[in-house]
Design a protein around this ligand. Structure first.
Ligand SMILES: CC(C)(COP(=O)(O)OP(=O)(O)OC[C@H]1O[C@@H](n2cnc3c(N)ncnc32)[C@H](O)[C@@H]1OP(=O)(O)O)[C@@H](O)C(=O)NCCC(=O)NCCS
Length: 217
C-alpha cells in the first residue's frame, strides 16, 4: 500500500464513538483479552468499557488525545493518548479504567484481572516518585501499520517530554514491545502473566509479558 497522506489533529467529541470502535477492534486482537473477558466476545460490555475509556481520555484535563486522519478519505487511521502524571497521583490504570479498590468488574475473570492489576502496579513503581508523561494508548489502523505513522505519533510524545524535560513512560503489551525498543525506549520492569493457567490445556496460551519502558529527553 502506498504511504497515505495524513494529518495529526486533536480528537474532538464527535470522534469518540468511532474511536471506541477503533480501540475495540484493536483489543480484540490481543491474546490476553480472550481470557480476561468471561464471555467472548462480549461486544456490548467491551464497547461500553472502551467508550468510557476514550471519553475519559478526552475529558480529563491532564490528558491529550490525538488522531491521525487520512487527508484523502478523512478516515481516522491512528489514535494516540498522552497523560501528564505527577507523583501524588493514583497509579496508572490498565486499559479498562478499572480501579483495584472498587473490585473486579463482574464480566472479567477475577484472578486474571487481579494479576494484571498487580503487574501494572509493579510496573508503575518505576515512575511513582517522578513527574512523567504517560502513553495511555497508541493504535494504528492495521491497513496502515508499518508506514511510520506510529513513530510519528510517538514523536509528539518526545516533543512534549522535551518541552517539559520529563521522562516519557509506558507499559508495553508484548506484541508492541519491539516497536518501542526501535524508537529508543528502555526497559524499567517486566511482569509476566502465565495465561496457560486460565486456558484449556495445550490450547496455545503461554506467558504474556507487560514491560515498563521509559525514554528520557
Ligand atoms: C504498535 C503500533 C502502534 C506501531 O505502529 P506503526 O505505524 O505500525 O509503526 P511504525 O510504522 O511507525 O514503526 C516504526 C518502526 O518500528 C517497527 N515496528 C513497528 N511495529 C513493530 C512491532 N510490533 N515489533 C517490532 N518492530 C515494530 C517498524 O518496522 C519501524 O521500523 P523502521 O523504522 O526500521 O522501519 C501498531 O502496530 C498498532 O497499532 N498495534 C496495535 C495496537 C498496539 O499494540 N498498541 C500498543 C499497545 S502497548
Amino acid at each position: 500500500m502506498a504511504m497515505p497522506n495524513y494529518s495529526i489533529l486533536p480528537v474532538v467529541e464527535a470522534d469518540l464513538p468511532f474511536l471506541a470502535k477503533f480501540i475495540h477492534a484493536s483489543k480484540l486482537r490481543l491474546s490476553i483479552n480472550r481470557l480476561l473477558f468471561e464471555e467472548w466476545p462480549n461486544e456490548t460490555i467491551q464497547m461500553k468499557m472502551y467508550t468510557g475509556a476514550v471519553t475519559y481520555g478526552f475529558k480529563d484535563p491532564a490528558t491529550e488525545s490525538f488522531k491521525a486522519v487520512d487527508t484523502e478519505s478523512n478516515e481516522i487511521i491512528g489514535y494516540f493518548v498522552l497523560a501528564r502524571k505527577r507523583p501524588a497521583q493514583e497509579l496508572p490504570e490498565y486499559e479498562l479504567g478499572a480501579n483495584p479498590d472498587q473490585g473486579t468488574p463482574e464480566v472479567l475473570n477475577p484472578s486474571l484481572f487481579a494479576e494484571i492489576m498487580t503487574a501494572s502496579a509493579e510496573i508503575a513503581k518505576a515512575t511513582e516518585n517522578t513527574d512523567f508523561l504517560d502513553l495511555v494508548y497508541i493504535c494504528v489502523e492495521p491497513r496502515f501499520q508499518r508506514h511510520g505513522i506510529g513513530a510519528k505519533l510517538i514523536q509528539l510524545g518526545f516533543d512534549r517530554a522535551r518541552e517539559e524535560n520529563i521522562p516519557f513512560a509506558l507499559c508495553a503489551e508484548a506484541p508492541a514491545h519491539g516497536f518501542y525498543v526501535k524508537l529508543g525506549f528502555e526497559e524499567t520492569k517486566r511482569a509476566d502473566i502465565d495465561l496457560s493457567k486460565y486456558a484449556p490445556a495445550y490450547s496455545g496460551f503461554g506467558v504474556f509479558r507487560l514491560t515498563g519502558m521509559i525514554w528520557h529527553p
